[in-house]
Design a protein around this ligand. Structure first.
Ligand code: SAM
Ligand code: SF4
Length: 359
């Protein structure tokens, strides 16, 4: 019988994000410095065999959905074959992938055969120059061609847009139209204060302001917990609005202004094989050795420990309850050192790059 992972607050943790690499072919300004980061050596990254074993243990523990992410997952050699084999071996697990879209054009045919529950493509702007500016190395047209191909092939698509003041806030209506044209579920994500060097309160846009930019504001009604691709449970962090005229749904992920932590049902595993109970915490439990040893008991124990220590309200580390309140300064998470690693062996306080943790 499957072991269900339920935390001390009754949240069922049946959704895991696994980062397959820290490497990326983009250098998004809010995620990575221009020169990249010190890439983790290959021998320190989980092998596909390690990840396969991890998935088998998770399947036994009642995990229903796994998202593979990075870094950029499609830059890791053999990723498509790996996903194909995971889909074949673990029929009960729904598989999703998050990508920057740069390689969709090349792999669209193969991706279409994977039977993904969801393909999430990050797209922050529809302006080629701005796209080149924000990604530093990306080419918008290539990504748009890739999206058109996978959309035409019927792959369930989501588009994720980080909203940044002074960069793309005015593009909210155009992005909503673009998502509708491509049959994609668009989700706007609040710019999260993960890196002290790049985040600023000035550029942060609270969810309510993003919603105020929606075209025909009176037509958008709350569609709480509904996801047209069925990929997020009602416990997930996205809330959805539905346009009563067109039926289009748009999601908002308001990690900063809403403090959705108490509904969070995610655990992350970094590419180095470290379980991270909370995106906003440096605490982690390493399972890499247990994966190499095929020690299912130890992997299970580590997950149960991570679940036990998953904070109820980890929070962004920001010292405010109301991010709209201009009177209280927001501080990036990297400035805040408030959490201790969970008790137990193998814990660490590694750095908090989104590309490392697995976004
Ligand atoms: N490379 C893939 C991609 O870009 O989709 C997957 C990894 S990326 C780290 C996952 C997501 O994290 C992307 O949608 C990216 O926009 C988002 N992200 C990175 N830094 C962020 C931040 N500071 N605030 C909000 N979202 C962020
Ligand atoms: Fe790469 Fe994704 Fe980070 Fe952009 S957001 S640098 S595409 S990992």
């Amino acid at each position: 019988m499957a072991l269900i992972m339920k935390d001390s607050f009754g949240r069922i943790l049946d959704y895991i994000r696994i980062s397959v690499t820290d490497r990326c072919n983009f250098r998004c300004r809010y995620c990575m410095p221009e020169e990249g980061i010190d890439w983790i050596p290959h021998d320190k990254i989980m092998s596909y065999e390690d990840i396969r074993f991890l998935v088998s243990v998770l399947a036994d523990m009642g995990v229903k959905r796994i998202r593979f992410t990075g870094g950029e997952p499609f830059v890791r050699r053999g990723f498509l074959q790996f996903i194909t084999s995971i889909r074949r071996e673990f029929r009960s697990i729904a598989v999703a992938v998050t990508t920057n879209g740069s390689l969709l054009e090349r792999y669209a045919d193969e991706i279409a055969t994977l039977g993904l529950q969801s393909l999430n493509v990050s797209l922050d702007t529809l302006d080629p120059e701005k796209f080149a500016e924000i990604t530093r190395t990306g080419e918008l047209e290539r990504v748009l061609r890739g999206i058109a191909l996978v959309s035409a092939a019927g792959v369930p698509l989501k588009i994720n847009t980080v909203v940044i003041r002074g960069f793309n806030l005015e593009e909210v209506p155009a992005l909503i139209r673009y998502a509708a044209q491509n049959g994609a579920l668009l989700r706007f994500i609040e710019f999260m204060p993960l890196d002290a060097d790049v985040w600023s309160q000035r550029q942060y846009v609270p969810a309510n302001e993003v919603i105020s930019m929606f075209p025909g504001p009176g037509s958008w009604l709350c569609a709480q917990g509904v996801d047209q691709n069925g990929a997020d449970t009602p416990n997930g962090p996205a809330r959805y609005l539905r346009n009563s005229d067109t039926g289009q749904e748009v999601g908002i992920i308001s990690a900063v202004s809403d403090h959705f932590c108490h509904t969070c049902n995610r655990l992350r595993v970094t590419s180095t094989g470290e379980i991270r109970p909370c995106l906003f915490s440096n605490a982690g439990i390493s399972i890499i050795e247990s994966l190499k040893d095929h020690d299912a008991d130890a992997v299970r124990e580590a997950f149960l420990m991570a679940v036990k220590h998953k904070p109820h309200e980890g929070g962004t580390g920001l010292p405010v309850a109301n991010a709209d309140d201009p009177g209280v300064p927001l501080r990036p998470i990297a400035c805040v050192d408030k959490e201790e690693p969970p008790v137990g062996s193998g814990c660490s306080t590694a750095e908090r790059h989104m590309s490392r943790i697995g976004g």
